[in-house]
Design a protein. Sequence first.
Length: 300
Amino acid sequence: MFAVRSLKLGLYLIAALIVAACSRPIANFAIQGETTAPTKISFENMSEKADSFYWDFGDGSTSSDSSPVHRYRSSGNYLVSLKAMKEGKTKGRVKEERLVISAPTECLVEIETPFGNMMLRLFDDTPKHQENFQKLAQEGFFDSLLFHRVIDGFMIQGGDPNSRNAKPGAGLGSGGPGYTIPAEFVDTLIHLRGRLAAARQGDRVNPRKNSSGSQFYIVHGRTFTDQELNRLEAQNGQRYSPDQREAYKTIGGAPFLDGNYTIFGEIIEGLEVIDKIAKVRKDGRDRPREDVWMVVHLIN
């Protein structure tokens, strides 16, 4: 009789263990999205018997959302892990999966600001400016610098190293890395809204129109009529194609700068950020009264 009871007790314990094991969370997920940087990846949570989750995306970022969307800025081989847990318990099941993000085929940079981020493509047609901007971004040169000159309907300008930790009211706009870049004018590149161009000193001291080594501006601009474009063509000797005319009449820009400043990139995401920055309150020198800082990330 004792042996029978012991056997029954043993069977009960085994059954209890099986039930406990079967009730443990099962971590599982699927990955969806383009795998070229920069990209947003969706993680579909297919876990079972779990009510809390901990994600590690492999790039230093984590989340407790059930099915998160995560943005990868750079290429790389990332180990993604999901820990699925039950409420009140610290232990859980973990699933890991490798995610390979490839480098972009274009030269891209992202400018982070208090008003949002702007993604820009640097043009291959202006290789010297492209290479220089890449180099400065990689070195962190632009990080914490200000957009120190902002004119609504015209442009936003930054890149002066003297703007880092600059006191309110301080005059800015004369700083640089100690060198200039030869002009790279391309007839097909005009000053449309969202275009990135290099600032420079005036013609009197800079007849070759060499670009500043670090200061740049992004065109905010406005739309122009055919009559205004006709006058600008007569003044500057410039001839706009039908497509360029239509772009200035619909998209807008700053055509009076064409042929005088090197254009070397354009915004491809976050165009609305220019509008927000252009509307901030400025002092008499067009410097925002509240600092508009930047961090420039090289996308690779």
